[in-house]
Design a protein around this ligand. Structure first.
Ligand SMILES: NC(=O)c1ccc[n+]([C@@H]2O[C@H](COP(=O)([O-])OP(=O)(O)OC[C@H]3O[C@@H](n4cnc5c(N)ncnc54)[C@H](OP(=O)(O)O)[C@@H]3O)[C@@H](O)[C@H]2O)c1
Length: 183
């Protein structure tokens, strides 16, 4: 990809694997997170780290500017603050990220990969209630090319690989995958 790829939550367990896999492909990666120390500890030296918080949209502007894709693999964790619980933060974070992206040039992209939470409603509950897991509807409504990864009981490595394949269509290929949900 000619443009950088932003990984929101790129210092976390899944995100740092996504970052390493993308960098191994020669991609330029911008990691967004709230802790410089965590970034120093877990990221390869050539990863670009930006201090940012998805609850504060102004902190997303610089790192998202000019990106060709975004992998959203943020998890609020036990110390979150804000209304709506972790799902609420995930939802508003996705909305803030999309709003920031849609302010920039959007022709043909950027591509958005959302890792949905595994404790979100099951497919059966979804059919009964019409509710989708947090953030998914906003991504679908954005008009951006997207992939939703629903991890289920997958390992960190499986989830990270699914994110990379969502961007490049599989090992060895460089074609973007079509809009879809990976369960
Ligand atoms: N771990 C697994 O085995 C596994 C397996 C399957 C699926 N998943 C799913 O994958 C996703 C990520 O999980 P994980 O285990 O990688 O989580 P994690 O290790 O707790 O990492 C969470 C990431 O989100 C960032 N973050 C948290 N709050 C933020 C905020 N307000 N703004 C910006 N960044 C923020 C954290 O960085 P800072 O706190 O430094 O900001 C960190 O980089 C979750 O949806 C999880 O359910 C995980």
């Amino acid at each position: 990809m000619k443009s950088p790829i932003a990984v929101i939550g790129g210092t976390g367990g899944v995100g740092r694997l996504v970052t390493r896999k993308l960098m191994a492909r020669g991609e330029t990666v911008r990691v967004i997170g709230r802790a410089t120390l965590r970034a120093r500890r877990h990221l390869p030296p050539l990863a670009q780290f930006f201090l940012g918080d998805v609850r504060e949209p102004e902190t997303l502007r610089t790192p998202l500017h000019g990106c060709g894709a975004v992998v959203y693999v943020m998890e609020p964790g036990p110390g979150f603050r804000g209304s709506g619980g972790p799902a609420g933060i995930l939802e508003s974070g996705v909305v803030n990220t999309l709003d920031t992206l849609l302010r920039g040039p959007v022709s043909g992209g950027p591509r958005f990969v959302l890792v949905s939470r595994p404790d979100s409603p099951t497919h059966t509950q979804e059919r009964l209630t019409g509710r989708h897991p947090a953030g998914e509807d906003a991504v679908r409504a954005s008009g951006l090319p997207y992939t939703v990864v629903r991890p289920g009981r997958r390992t960190e490595h499986d989830v990270a690989e699914a994110c990379v394949q969502a961007l490049f269509g599989g090992p060895g290929t460089r074609q973007p995958a079509p809009d879809r949900a990976l369960a």
